[in-house]
Design a binder for this molecule. Structure first.
Ligand code: FAD
Length: 500
């Protein structure tokens, strides 16, 4: 069958997913497509999603956003990683930082040298050699590509920002690039009787918006892909059992630290996100193990600053749609699935799905092969992130509550079992080159959660014992010196990206 040209793109939903999608499509395919975004202020957005990972810098570069203007507009701060408190064991703490720890020599990652030294009692914690950890502990931040004039990589960072201000910022950017915004509640979805493709949506009041391709950014509702096209949902709650959250803002932290904190609780965990004008907080928990009332008490008792409102409830089921693209409709954002906010991966998934969709976007109709490629790549990406998240819950010594006993003893995917065994035996990380989380991330979370490798890479023996000692001492000294040159995070923000 002849398929018409795809020239009219309709995006339904104007949360973070809708506006990132609109801004990116306008930038990359705006000359070919007429882009219309439909959203409803009456329905609103999920209103959370304030922590990111370094890949967001790529999105900003593609969109041509100025970093300082972006952070001022969103009351943003810098993020060097996530501090995990009480996860591997009660009383434990580690930082999953962005970027390498120490310095690789040749093909051998630093942690193998560190492990060799630790096995003979000559090294303490891996994080003693971490540039990010030292900067985070001292609440410092600055731009640094390299450490001094060494080959050691500098500070990798991401951002925290106010979710509602972020969507507005992207909206103004997308509208300036030609995206049309239509206010209204979608009431029905029309499909072609023969192909089953979506042809138009009808809004409350009767207005119809027709299109050739539709992107469903309607959040957990998944109005188009889930409801209209009937694409099912793979439920992953047996591995990621948290299904509710309560979110509440509180006053700004007295010291503006450059990291997110994730504190494990009796049936879930609590986030703390430092922003310039306030702090974002939330408690993610499993309703099978904790009541909403008890969760609210936990959240409020765990705040470091005075609350600025009442807790707002959010419900979700971890998992993903069976397909990310069906017929002439792709779902991006929460409408395509939701894993868990623990490693701040959702906004990244929006960005990577948008970029993949742009690369595979059909000019005529939507050939099945493009859809199949898109769905396979999205599924592989999400499965790898799922395993990384499960690791945090499963690899724990905690058995103090029913929730933690469940997590510790649950069956996990074979892919994760293999990774755990490989790291425990050899310090090696088994992953695909396309995986989002690199070796440095797996190493930090495995070690942070108590997996100590029994061995190290044989190539680390190439250094004589005295050279090994000198190498580790040099890394520590050079790193400490570099951190001492950085301004405080608060000073950096006040100087470069203050909030009006
Ligand atoms: P939404 O924000 O829900 O937007 C849906 C849009 O669809 C809205 O504009 C709404 O008006 C519109 N809509 C719905 N129905 C209709 C209709 N009938 N007619 C017209 N319009 C309609 N991600 C991170 O990267 N980092 C984090 O730290 C993080 N923390 C999170 C914490 C929690 C507890 C949760 C639940 C999520 C978190 N996320 C995080 C995920 C992040 O919030 C989302 O990925 C992001 O906000 C995108 O949401 P969305 O745009 O898909 O959906």
């Amino acid at each position: 069958m002849d398929r018409p040209d795809v020239t009219r793109l309709v995006i339904v939903g104007g949360g973070t997913a809708g506006w990132i999608t609109a801004a990116a499509f306008a930038k990359l395919l705006g000359k070919r497509l007429k882009i219309e975004l439909v959203e409803s202020e009456a329905i609103g957005t999920v209103g959370v999603g304030e922590a990111t990972i370094p890949q967001i810098l790529r999105l900003n570069a593609i969109l041509g956003l100025d970093e300082n203007a972006f952070l001022s507009a969103t009351s943003g701060t810098f993020k060097l990683g996530i501090e995990f408190v009480d996860w591997g064991a009660k009383g434990s703490r580690y930082l999953h930082t962005f970027g390498e720890t120490g310095m690789s020599l040749g093909r051998v990652p630093f942690h193998h040298y560190w492990r060799r030294a630790a096995m003979i009692g000559q090294a303490g914690s891996l994080w003693d050699y971490s540039l990010h950890q030292m900067a985070a502990d001292q609440a410092r931040f600055g731009k640094m590509d390299r450490v001094g004039n060494t080959a050691m990589t500098g500070l990798a960072y991401a951002y925290h920002f106010d979710a509602s201000r972020y969507a507005l910022f992207l909206r103004s950017h997308a509208e300036a690039n030609g995206v049309t915004r239509t206010e209204g509640i979608v009431e029905s979805v029309a499909r072609d009787g023969e192909s089953g493709d979506i042809t138009a949506i009808t809004l409350k009041g009767g207005k119809t918006v027709a299109g050739d391709f539709f992107i469903d950014c309607t959040g957990f509702r998944s109005l188009l892909l889930g409801e209209a096209l009937g694409v099912g949902y793979q439920d992953w709650s047996k591995w990621l059992p948290c299904d509710r959250a309560l979110a509440v803002p509180s006053e700004r932290l007295p010291t503006l630290v450059p990291y997110t904190r994730a504190t494990a609780k009796d049936a879930g965990w609590q986030w703390r996100i430092p922003l310039q004008h306030r702090t974002g907080n939330g408690h993610v928990y499993s309703s099978g193990f904790k009541s909403d009332e008890a969760a609210a008490d936990t959240l409020m008792a765990g705040l470091d600053t005075r609350p600025l409102g009442d807790p707002r409830p959010i419900r979700f089921t971890t998992g993903r749609r069976e397909a990310f693209w069906a017929h002439n409709c792709a779902a991006i954002g929460l409408s395509s699935g939701f894993l868990e906010p623990l490693e701040s991966t959702s906004i990244h998934l929006i960005q990577s799905h948008v970029s993949r969709l742009v690369q595979l976007f059909p000019r005529h109709g939507d050939p099945a092969s493009l859809r199949a490629e898109y769905n396979a790549r999205c599924a592989a990406e999400v499965a790898q992130i799922r395993d990384f998240l499960i690791l945090h819950y499963h690899q724990t010594a905690r058995e103090d509550t029913e929730f933690w006993r469940y997590c510790k003893h649950m069956d996990v995917p074979d892919s994760l079992t293999h990774k755990l065994a490989l790291f425990a035996a050899s310090g090696r990380v088994g992953r695909d080159v396309n995986d989002l989380f690199r070796d440095a991330s797996w190493v930090q979370v495995m070690l942070g959660q108590g997996v100590m490798p029994a061995d190290y890479d044989a190539m680390a023996d190439q250094l004589a014992p005295a050279q090994l000692t000198e190498f580790l001492a040099n890394v520590k000294t050079i790193t400490a010196r570099a951190v001492a040159t950085l301004p405080t995070h608060a000073d950096y923000l006040a100087r470069h990206c203050p909030v009006d």
